[in-house]
Design a protein around this ligand. Structure first.
Ligand SMILES: NC(=O)c1ccc[n+]([C@@H]2O[C@H](COP(=O)([O-])OP(=O)(O)OC[C@H]3O[C@@H](n4cnc5c(N)ncnc54)[C@H](OP(=O)(O)O)[C@@H]3O)[C@@H](O)[C@H]2O)c1
Length: 391
């Protein structure tokens, strides 16, 4: 049963692609739903590093017009330069806009600057934010204040200004990079989890206030651990202290994979997408559907997380299959050509009763995998589509 218009469109595109004799790189791009982002004005916050930087590159390649924001303007200029190198965008298609999310009084003027430059904002990606590595008992309350100011209030403040414009146009997408920590609880991140849970509650509620605007989508992206600068930039016990040793981050999901699945979710108006390796994705399912087990499991996993952190390695290092002599079993079967990394909650049918990603979504993700792995190799591309269709 198809419950989402995006899936129907993908199936149509498969049919077209399957009837064609040859597949070009352009076909591969057109075949993905992300191509719908071409020409859209997308404002990405936190674009100076990590997920926001990678989103900017992928959006530029897709032909989206970009406003990129963060506090470090020199880093934004670096990102802009690379966007121009890897895409067909021109100088005026990318606006570098310095923005401090905690300086809420500046958000209206910033929104007006983007509107003056592009005339509209199609998509706001609320991505800027910082995480935490400190135990509550050791942590100054100022840190909690700062986390909420940045991750929660900064995000909803910018959303308010951009939403006014989207309401006038009666269309747009508000995308917020939340976290699996917005679904579950974990030690060393009490303030961070609280801020992401706040975002989840806020945007789930905002969506219900926008039912008169069916063309305004509210999309929450919940990544698990992803390679970025997030650990180097975490809040610690007090505002003056930074983390001494961030540890090896290579076991985490590659940034480009997270960005790609984010754009798939955005293009398909998925209300909430969990994007993660196991075991975090499986823990999300438990947290959602069997919380008693999640609490039990998280007590065990949490102890190890604290031990790891105290011994100077990445808090999450021991759960990675790469780092484990005894690999963590993939609790949910991988289907399709890509490993199962994405759960889109509004793809579940009926309601949220199923524990698996629907085949439709597997195919949707598979289409992207096809795009990235097989573009340029026509025979392989043809086979990938056919295999994907048979699955
Ligand atoms: N990486 C993960 O494992 C992971 C997992 C789940 C969710 N997330 C979420 O993903 C988002 C991006 O994080 P990331 O992993 O890409 O980390 P990152 O590499 O540290 O990037 C964070 C971005 O936020 C910006 N930022 C920080 N403070 C800001 C402020 N006061 N005003 C404006 N921008 C600010 C930073 O730019 P400036 O320093 O230049 O301002 C940077 O561009 C965050 O919301 C994070 O919570 C990350």
């Amino acid at each position: 049963m198809v419950v989402h218009h995006g899936v129907g469109m993908i199936v149509d595109k498969w049919e077209q692609a399957l009837s064609a004799e040859e597949y070009t790189e352009q076909d591969a791009l057109n075949f993905s739903t992300e191509h719908e982002l071409r020409g859209k004005v997308v404002w990405v916050t936190g674009a100076s590093s990590g997920i926001g930087e990678e989103l900017s590159y992928q959006l530029a390649k897709l032909g989206a017009l970009l406003a990129i924001s963060a506090r470090r303007e020199d880093e934004l200029q670096r990102v802009k330069k690379k966007c121009l190198q890897i895409s067909s965008l021109s100088e005026n298609d990318i606006l570098v806009l310095r923005l401090d999310l905690t300086d809420r009084s500046s958000h209206e003027a910033a929104t007006n600057s983007v509107l003056k430059h592009f005339g509209k904002i199609d998509i706001l990606v609320n991505n800027g934010g910082r995480s935490q590595r400190s135990l509550f008992v050791d942590t100054n309350l100022d840190v909690y204040n700062a986390i909420i100011e940045l991750n929660y209030l900064g995000t909803i403040s910018l959303t308010k200004h951009v939403l006014n414009h989207m309401i006038q146009r009666r269309k747009g997408k508000i995308v917020t990079v939340s976290s699996v920590m917005g679904i579950m609880g974990a030690p060393l991140a009490t303030g961070y989890c609280a801020s992401k849970h706040a975002l989840q509650g806020f945007f789930n509620s905002l969506r219900t206030e926008l039912t008169d605007y069916p063309e305004i989508s509210v999309i929450q992206i919940c990544p698990g651990p992803v390679q970025s600068q997030i650990i180097q930039n975490v809040f610690t016990e007090n505002l003056a202290k930074s983390l001494e040793n961030s540890g090896d981050q290579s076991h985490k999901m590659p940034t480009d994979r997270c960005a790609r699945l984010t754009l798939v979710s955005v293009a398909n108006d998925v209300k909430e997408a969990w994007i993660s390796d196991h075991p975090y994705l499986a823990v999300c399912y438990l947290w959602q559907y069997a919380p008693t087990w999640a609490w039990w499991l998280m007590n065990r996993m949490g102890k190890r997380r604290i031990q790891n952190f105290k011994s100077g390695i990445d808090a999450d290092a021991s759960y990675s299959r790469k780092n484990n002599k005894k690999p963590v079993p993939n609790l949910l079967p991988a289907e399709g050509p890509g490993q199962h990394h994405l759960c889109a909650k509004d793809m579940h049918w009926p309601g949220t009763a199923t524990l698996r990603v629907t085949p439709d979504l597997q195919r949707m993700e598979g289409a992207q995998t096809f795009d990235s792995h097989h573009a340029g190799d026509k025979d392989k591309a043809g086979r990938a589509i056919a295999e994907e269709r048979r699955a």
